[in-house]
Design a protein around this ligand. Structure first.
Ligand SMILES: [Zn+2]
Ligand SMILES: [Zn+2]
Length: 233
């Protein structure tokens, strides 16, 4: 009986077919190995903001002004089919896609010499959280924490106020929009904090968060994002 129940639960929990091509998956991820291998990966990127570049180095914007964060790593490029997977994370197949994204971020974290002290998700404002019912960045962060053993804290950083949607705003408008949008609710002094998000477009959210964390005493703030926009907006 227990055996049957266990098998039934497992079938419910583990995806059995690839979300993109519908072929059978047997390794517990929601994409087959072929579709994972075909996902667009950033090759040469800015060594600070992870913007795709033609040759190794630092992009013009980071050279003009070093962001408050110390460096961002991106697992994938934000273009189809990654953008479709991100939508699925927000609206359906949340558990399976969050697990896939955490397992794609894991090698970025384990290949680094500067291991973060704590993983923190980019917070959603409580209103949006209530409407959606969950924070997709936390869904990824807590699974990544389980995989790598680094503690995660969903309450260290909160949104102090609701910010209008960022879509359609220029980078400077986004920065103004996000000023004082975040607050810190715990110990950050001398910590290396890795901030986790699903998508990075201009980086203005990570910039605002890094500024807030540094002012509260963090020595190092790095970002780990699943997908990076291909162009600087
Ligand atoms: Zn597939
Ligand atoms: Zn850059």
């Amino acid at each position: 009986m227990v055996y049957k129940l266990g098998r039934h639960a497992l079938r419910f929990l583990l995806p059995t077919s690839c979300l993109l091509c519908r072929r059978a998956t047997r390794h517990g991820l929601c994409l087959c190995p072929g579709c994972i291998g075909d996902l667009p990966v950033p090759l040469i990127t800015c060594n600070i903001c992870a913007l795709p570049l033609g040759s190794p180095g630092t992009c013009g914007r980071c050279l003009a002004r070093h962001p408050d964060y110390d460096g961002i790593q991106a697992a994938l490029l934000y273009q189809p089919p990654v953008s479709q997977l991100v939508q699925r994370l927000k609206y359906s197949h949340r558990i399976h896609v969050a697990h896939l994204f955490a397992s794609l971020l894991l090698p970025l974290l384990t290949s680094r010499e500067d291991v973060p002290d704590v993983l923190v998700p980019v917070p959603l404002h409580s209103g949006r959280m209530r409407r959606r019912g969950f924070n997709q960045a936390w869904e990824i962060t807590r699974r990544l924490s389980r995989l790598c053993g680094i503690p995660a804290d969903p309450k260290l950083l909160t949104r102090s106020r609701s910010t209008p949607a960022q879509t359609g705003l220029s980078a400077s408008q986004r920065q103004r929009n996000l000023r004082d949008a975040f607050c810190v609710n715990g110990e950050t002094v001398k910590l290396h904090i890795a901030v986790i998000d699903d998508v990075m477009t201009t980086g203005s959210t990570l910039q605002a968060i890094a500024g807030t964390l540094k002012r509260s005493g963090a020595t190092r703030v790095t970002g780990l994002v699943v997908a990076r926009a291909v162009k600087q907006l």
